[in-house]
Design a binder for this molecule. Structure first.
Ligand SMILES: Cc1ncc(COP(=O)(O)O)c(C=O)c1O
Length: 393
């Protein structure tokens, strides 16, 4: 990226992970330009919408059907509504600290603090300013990686819970990985209690050709998609098993009305198709190997400089935490976000060193045009930034 002063930087944010092919991919750009000449938006569906839906359904074993919308927030909102309509129950459960977009119910306990977060085994439902306090009644907050506490909470609330929503690599919980067996147990428990499982793959869909839950052998009932599937244009999709998606069926027993002026618009669909076609299994493998490479190099650089740190992430996503404490859940991060001045300072220092990142930990997201040179540049910039801020031993 080149800023208004003409300074060049490498973008490790990629529009918050949506640009898996990086900026201005020539094939996407050409396809969109050609599409624009035929019109940008129609009231009727176009065949492009069907083609992108078919491509995604053919790749992800737990998606039978999907419906496009215009953002990840909408996709999550629609998944929650579908779960409520399908089960006839009002509540949802979400993990403390997790980000799922801007729908009131999933914003509960997005950023709780020690003075309001309550019992670690049964976290309080902390409602954001701007949401009605009544929202708290319909949201159960779960502790990440503590399956026994989750099991008890799900059993206690099973008669009110429509769904549990989980992101297999929750970025706002610092990309702390699920403990072995945690997600699998969560799937078993929800299934046993008549509670649906919603997989929020708005960001984590970039981890695998087959869907982010595929590695765990899990079949969520509903999945929220967005970001990379729009190829750089606004997009979202609610997806899932046909029996649950039937709540949207106009020809059957319609329960959830889903409209949207720009849903499935042909420009987004063109960019999404062109992007997803380029994302072959080989392209995912290469990107994921590059992720392993940079995480490994970062870990070694931090050990060499005796900086207490942990490197989290998977595939093409990473977050560095400046702590040597065990990272288990949101609380163990101890305010890893921009509330901790060091991450803001590091983000600014990284900008000065030619790297665009965010102050939520040290965040990195790879794109296919990157090579080892860009990954090395990130590691070296972080080393210099840590030295500049006096973080090294
Ligand atoms: C896991 C997750 N869910 C939902 C959203 C919301 O998506 P959007 O920004 O497209 O509304 C995001 C956005 O970053 C996300 O990371």
């Amino acid at each position: 990226m080149v800023d208004i002063e003409g300074e060049e930087r490498i973008d490790f944010l990629n529009n918050y992970t949506s640009l898996i092919l990086g900026h201005a991919d020539p094939q996407v750009t050409r396809a969109v330009q050609q599409r624009m000449e035929l019109g940008s938006a129609f009231t009727m569906p176009t065949e492009l919408e069907v083609e992108l839906a078919e491509l995604l359904v053919s790749r992800v074993p737990y998606i039978d059907q999907l419906r496009f919308c215009n953002s990840g927030s909408e996709a999550v909102l629609l998944a929650v509504k579908a779960a409520r309509a399908f089960t006839g129950k009002p509540g949802i459960a979400k993990f403390e600290g997790a980000y799922h977009g801007i729908y009131d119910y999933v914003q509960v306990s997005e950023a709780p603090t020690p003075d309001n977060w309550g019992d670690p085994d049964a976290p309080a439902s902390v409602v954001e300013a701007g949401s009605p306090p009544s929202v708290a009644r319909d949201v159960v907050v779960l502790p990440w990686n503590n399956f026994e506490a989750c099991r008890q909470l799900i059993q206690r609330h099973k008669n009110e819970l429509a769904a549990v929503i989980a992101d297999p690599l929750p970025s706002a919980i610092g990309m702390i990985p699920p403990r072995p067996g945690f997600l699998e147990s969560l799937r078993e428990e929800t299934e046993g209690q008549g509670v649906l499982l919603i997989s929020d793959e708005v960001m984590s869909f970039r981890l695998s050709y087959y869907g982010a839950m595929y590695d765990y052998g899990i079949r969520p009932d509903l999945t929220a998609l967005a970001k990379i599937i729009g190829g750089g244009f606004p997009v979202g999709a609610v997806a899932g098993a046909a029996r649950v998606m039937s709540v949207f069926d106009h020809t059957g027993d319609l329960k959830v009305r889903h409209g949207g002026t720009f849903n499935g618009n042909p420009v987004t669909m063109t960019a999404g198709l062109e992007t997803m076609r380029q994302m072959t299994p080989q392209a995912y493998d290469r990107l994921n190997r590059m992720g392993d490479y940079i995480r490994d190099r970062l870990a070694r650089m931090l050990v060499d400089r005796r900086v207490p740190a942990r490197v989290c992430g998977k595939g093409s996503l990473l977050t560095v935490h400046l702590t040597d404490q065990e990272l288990i859940d949101f609380r163990s991060l101890r305010g890893f976000s921009r509330r901790k001045p060091i991450y803001g300072d590091l983000c600014h220092e990284m900008l000065a060193q030619g790297i665009v990142t965010t102050p939520r930990g040290v965040f990195g997201c790879l794109s296919t045009p990157m090579t080892e040179a860009e990954l090395n540049a990130f590691v070296e910039a972080l080393a210099r930034a840590l030295t500049a801020l006096g973080c090294t031993a």
